[in-house]
Structure formats: structure tokens, C-alpha cells
Design a protein around this ligand. Structure first.
Ligand SMILES: Cc1cc2nc3c(=O)[nH]c(=O)nc-3n(C[C@H](O)[C@H](O)[C@H](O)COP(=O)(O)OP(=O)(O)OC[C@H]3O[C@@H](n4cnc5c(N)ncnc54)[C@H](O)[C@@H]3O)c2cc1C
Length: 601
């Protein structure tokens, strides 16, 4: 089993870059200190080493598969994984004590999840889905609903899912047609089909709680008429018995990646007997679901960074062991071949992976910290954290999944022919990663969200808060002579964001909304490079100050030198793409309008 993550990097992010210790001063997290929190993270590593990583390949080779009888057969290890994760608090760990959780900061909870995602991303999906759905029930459900479902979900006996997508409604949830007719006392009769539902009815859990979007009869059209329902496979009656509900798994989807993670087709009410329990108020379903979707988007971004990290670790190990060829300067053919890690092009591939994966994971931790601050501060500080989280969510989802795929592709390339074979894990990482830019809103949809909603929200306040944060980091880095040029470089790219937004804003102001948004994904790329540049400058500034102090207690000198070097690499090889994107966005010629789409014929 090759290494799949760097605990040193994780510790550096938690302790030094994103300062998890600050959180323990808040009452909500005052039951914890660093030693306890880190012990928890180390226990996640032990669990992943023992129960998850060894089954990464096996779960791909024996994929979850529809059994033809309304269920999905999964790898026999999955049940143990879910139970072990539940026992150690990795399903309900972030929940409040009163809901049976450990009240962990999201930073610590997701540090553990990062390890699981890197070890075996498909199996981690099962319990992160459950965690997100249970959190949704505790946020908006009645006491009765919380009592009926949440403990069983946190104990890993019941699997929860999010059931949004329908055959005709994927990106556009406004078009969902699953119907809900009032029966009695908050219970509705549900009828409809849901497709692509992850973690749908499988043999590793006893019951399935589908959080489902549907329309109550007579509801207004569009997203304002969507409500949220709890649809269990087995209905928990008041006397504690379970009655079958007419919520059936009608089939599954076989996939190029995440093959151990079931993807199902659900049929509700084919026999007129599907009961759904309204969660919260009618017609507010999509706004409630956004809680889970936003958390899931950060989760998908983090998963992408983690899977790409696993691929990077595997390719790094390979490059340190594989002899091949000689350096261009070596003329003697009788000299022993050098290790491929000594070839500059291999180093470029490895450094690109390091820059992407460690940069993306740092951004995920930034988001986890903002989530924690948004949940334990108040007033202006809380609002600021929330605004920053809002604007960073589509970025962490998109940068990590798009660049994570590129990074895993480089991992395959680093291994040469062996990378393409199933003897090595990198091809699986590469296949697993592709879905990350599709589910929880495609890259196109995330980019529309960024430019259409997040950049414009509160008259541009979220973007300005982000640029202020970046400005603070460039200012701090600029106080150290060797970092000055990088600080200036990033500040120049950050300023260019304002220039592009002002340029595009003219189209929005003139009512040309389609044109304003037509290159949203290019803007996403531009801002993403700047944001990851910010994460690298923060890491490098800290590493530089450690190197100056020459006190190496937690990490080695080489570790910090590696951080500064990777920042320089990112700024040389990656950040210039931001300027290229700006050039495209500022070009007056409009190429992606409907008229020129004739070019596609
Ligand atoms: C393995 C897997 C697991 C999944 N798990 C779940 C789950 O657990 N629960 C769930 O509810 N769903 C799930 N999904 C569904 C997933 O969220 C959707 O596939 C995704 O949202 C895209 O919808 P679609 O497939 O219908 O593609 P479409 O919406 O048809 O999109 C096709 C293409 O058109 C683009 N596009 C669409 N609309 C626009 C627009 N307005 N502007 C610009 N471009 C646009 C998209 O970006 C995309 O490139 C899963 C899907 C898969 C494959």
C-alpha cells in the first residue's frame, strides 16, 4: 500500500496556516485542545490504514451492483467501514452534543474525512452523505423527526441520501416534477422518479432515508414551489416497528469511477403507497437543501483535492524508485540509469501535482475554518465569514475537481506505461476524480453561481472581502525581502480581477445578462488561480518565518523549504494563467453567442 496523504502537510495546515487552536477559545469547542484534536485525526489515519485503503482497489474491481430485486450488492467490507466510522464518531462527529455528536470543529472533522477520501473516496461518500443529510434534519426538522431518524443515521445503521435529480432535471432543479399530495398531519403521498442517487438502497445498511425534493400539488412553478421530504425505505412507526414504504430501487448506473459507491435509480409511489414526511415549511425545500448542497460542494472540492493528493503520493513514490535513462548531461552509456525523479520534466510533473493538491487542500481547510467561524461568532465577524465562505464554495469545488483531474492525469503520466495499468492505483484515482466536476453542480453551473450570484451579492461585498484578505496576505509577505516579488505578482493579479469584473459589469448593467455570463467559467479559472496563489503565499510566508527562526519542532527544515519552493513554482508555472484568462475576458470580440454557435456545425 503506497502512501496516500501527507500527515505533515495536514498538521501544517491545521496548526500553522489555518490556526485551528484559535477555535478552541470559543465556547462551542472549548471541550477540546490541540492534543485531543490531533489524536482524533491520527485515529482516523489508523482506521483508514486498516479498514479503508486496503480495499480501495477491491471495491473498484467488484463494483456496487443492482441485484435485480430492489437492492444493491456492495463489497462485504463496506458494512464494517460504515460501522467503524460511526463508532469512532466520523458520521456524527461535527454535530452538537444534544444531537449525539462530538461537536468537533469542521476543520478537525474534515481533516479526518480528508484521510478517508484519500484512502478510499468511494466508501467515504456513504458516510459523508449520511452526515450531511442528518445535519439537514437537525437544522429544519421537528423534534419528532430528529428523534426518528438522526440517531440511527449517526450510528451507521441507516443510510441517508440526497434525492434531487430526475431524468429531465439535472442542472435545472426548477424542472423537477416529483409530486406530493397531502395525506394527513404533515405526511404526503409521493410519486416520481429520481436518478443518479448516490448511496441508494444497498446491503450495508438496514434502512434508507431519502431527503427528496418534490412539488406539493398546486405549488407555484419554479424553485419557489419545491418542498423537501423525508422518504424512508422503511417507515418508523410510533411503536418502533418498521413498515415497508413504496420507495424502491429500480436499478443502478455502472460508472467509469467511484465504482464501489452505489448510484441508483429510485422509484417513489409506483404502487401508490409512498409516504413522505414534509421537512420544515412547504415551498422552502430548495433553500433548505442548499445547506446540504453547500456543505457537499466544499466536501466534493476537498475530496477532489484528497484523491489527487493520493495520486500524487503514489507517483512520488514511484518516481523515487524507478530507474530510467540518464540526465542529458551524462554522456557515458555504461553509467547506471538515474531515478526518474532526477529528470527535470518528471520534477515538473511532480511539482505541478504538489502545487495543485496542497494548494487545493489548503483552500478546503480555509473553507472549513470559515464554516466554523460562521457557526461560533456573531455580528460582523460572522457575516464576514459567511460572505467569504459563499464566494469560496464554488471555487473550492471547481478548482479542486478540474485541476485535481489534471493533477491525477500527471500522476498517470509520471508512471509512464505502468500508470495506465491496473497494477498501480493512479489510473483509479484519475477515473474516480472525473465525477467531481459533474455532481453537486457541474463546473458550468458553479461558474454561473460565482459570477452571477456570488460576485454580485450584497453589491460585490463578498468579492471585496476576498480581495481584502488577499491584500492582507500580500502585504504581510511583502514585508520579507525574498517574498516581495511574489507578493507584488499576486497583488497585480488580484487587481486585475476588479478590472475584469468592471468590464463584464458593463454588460450586466446594459441588461445583456447572457453576454455577462457567457464566459463565467473563464472567470472562474482566473479567480481560482488567484485564490490558490493566495493559499500558497500564506503557506510560504509561514514557512519562511519558520526558516528564519530556525526552530524546527513540528516540521523539518526541508519541509518548510519545500513549501517556499512550491510557492515559487506555482507563481512561475500556474499563476500566469490568470493573466491569460483576463486577456480572454477583456477581449471585445464575443465568440460564444448563439449566432456564432453555427461554427459548431
Ligand atoms: C455518479 C453520480 C452520482 C450522483 N449523485 C447524485 C445524488 O446523490 N443526488 C442527486 O440528486 N444527484 C446526483 N447526481 C446527479 C448530478 O448532480 C447531475 O448529473 C448533475 O447535476 C448534472 O446534471 P445532468 O447530468 O442532468 O446534466 P445536464 O444538466 O444535462 O448538463 C449537461 C451539460 O450542460 C451544461 N449545462 C446545463 N445547464 C446549463 C446552463 N444553464 N448553463 C450552462 N451550462 C449548462 C452542464 O454544465 C453540462 O456540461 C449524480 C450524478 C452522477 C453521475
Amino acid at each position: 500500500m503506497s502512501a496516500y496523504t501527507s500527515m505533515a502537510h495536514l498538521k501544517f495546515l491545521l496548526q500553522e496556516v489555518h490556526k485551528v487552536n484559535d477555535l478552541f477559545a470559543f465556547e462551542k469547542f472549548s471541550h477540546l485542545n490541540w492534543e485531543q484534536a490531533w489524536m482524533m485525526v491520527e485515529s482516523a489515519k489508523m482506521l483508514a490504514d486498516r479498514d479503508m485503503a486496503p480495499y480501495f482497489k477491491a471495491m473498484d474491481e467488484a463494483p456496487a451492483k443492482y441485484d435485480g430485486k430492489g437492492g444493491v450488492t456492495t463489497h462485504p467490507q463496506l458494512k464494517r467501514i460504515i460501522q467503524q466510522a460511526a463508532e469512532q464518531g466520523w458520521i456524527g462527529g461535527a454535530a452538537k452534543f444534544e444531537h449525539g455528536g462530538l461537536q468537533l470543529p469542521m476543520m478537525i472533522y474534515n481533516a479526518g474525512q480528508h484521510i478517508f477520501q484519500a484512502a478510499n473516496n468511494g466508501c467515504q461518500g456513504y458516510f459523508s452523505l449520511s452526515a450531511g443529510a442528518a445535519a439537514l434534519i437537525t437544522s429544519f426538522g421537528s423534534d419528532q423527526q430528529i428523534k426518528a431518524f438522526v440517531p440511527n443515521i449517526y450510528e451507521g445503521r441507516w443510510q441517508a441520501t440526497m434525492a434531487l435529480t430526475e431524468p429531465q432535471a439535472g442542472s435545472s432543479l426548477t424542472d423537477i416534477t416529483t409530486s406530493a399530495s397531502p395525506a394527513n398531519d404533515g405526511i404526503y403521498k409521493i410519486k416520481g422518479q429520481k436518478i443518479f442517487i448516490s448511496g441508494g438502497q444497498h446491503d450495508a445498511c438496514d434502512n434508507f432515508i431519502h431527503l427528496t425534493l418534490a412539488r406539493i400539488d398546486g405549488a407555484p412553478p419554479g424553485v419557489k414551489g419545491i418542498s423537501l421530504f423525508i422518504i424512508p425505505k422503511f417507515w418508523p412507526e410510533k411503536d418502533g416497528t418498521l413498515t415497508p414504504n413504496d420507495a424502491v430501487c429500480a436499478g443502478d448506473f455502472q460508472k467509469m469511477g467511484q465504482r464501489g459507491y452505489s448510484t441508483t435509480h429510485l422509484a417513489f409511489g409506483d404502487h401508490e403507497g409512498c409516504r413522505g414526511w414534509l421537512l420544515g415549511e412547504p415551498h422552502k425545500g430548495l433553500s433548505y437543501m442548499f445547506q446540504m448542497m453547500n456543505e457537499a460542494r466544499i466536501g466534493v472540492g476537498q475530496t477532489a483535492a484528497s484523491v489527487a493528493m493520493a495520486a500524487y503520493q503514489a507517483s512520488l513514490q514511484y518516481a523515487q524508485e524507478r530507474p530510467q535513462g540518464r540526465l542529458a548531461s551524462e554522456k557515458d552509456p555504461l553509467k547506471a540509469p538515474t531515478l526518474i525523479i532526477n529528470h527535470p520534466d518528471v520534477q515538473r510533473m511532480l511539482l505541478t501535482q504538489k502545487a495543485i493538491t496542497e494548494g487545493a487542500l489548503s483552500l478546503a481547510m480555509e473553507c472549513n475554518r470559515l464554516y466554523d467561524l460562521a457557526h461560533c461568532t456573531s455580528g460582523d465577524e460572522q457575516h464576514r465569514s459567511w460572505l467569504l465562505l459563499e464566494i469560496l464554495t464554488p471555487i473550492v469545488k471547481t478548482y479542486s475537481s478540474e485541476q485535481g483531474s489534471r493533477s491525477a492525469s500527471l500522476a498517470v503520466q509520471t508512471l509512464g506505461g505502468y500508470g495506465f495499468t491496473t497494477d498501480f492505483p493512479v489510473q483509479q484515482h484519475y477515473r474516480d476524480l472525473k465525477i467531481m466536476s459533474i455532481y453537486e453542480g457541474t463546473t458550468g453551473i458553479q461558474s454561473l453561481d460565482l459570477l452571477g450570484r456570488k460576485v454580485t451579492m450584497e453589491k460585490g461585498k463578498a468579492l471585496q472581502e476576498l480581495l481584502t484578505e488577499i491584500g492582507q496576505a500580500t502585504h504581510q509577505a511583502g514585508t520579507y525581502e525574498p517574498l516581495k516579488r511574489y507578493s507584488k505578482n499576486l497583488q497585480r493579479e488580484a487587481d486585475r480581477i476588479n478590472e475584469v469584473v468592471a468590464h463584464l459589469g458593463k454588460f450586466a448593467a446594459a441588461g445583456e445578462i447572457d453576454r455577462y455570463l457567457s464566459d463565467a467559467s473563464v472567470f472562474m479559472e482566473q479567480l481560482s488561480y488567484v485564490v490558490i496563489g493566495w493559499q500558497w503565499l500564506k503557506q510560504a510566508t509561514l514557512a519562511y518565518t519558520q526558516l528564519q527562526s530556525a526552530r524546527f519542532t513540528d516540521q523539518s527544515r526541508e519541509f518548510y523549504e519545500g513549501k517556499v519552493h512550491t510557492m515559487k513554482f506555482f507563481f512561475r508555472y500556474e499563476l500566469p494563467h490568470a493573466e491569460a484568462c483576463a486577456k480572454t475576458l477583456l477581449d471585445p470580440e464575443f465568440l460564444t453567442n448563439l449566432k456564432t454557435s453555427k461554427a459548431l456545425i
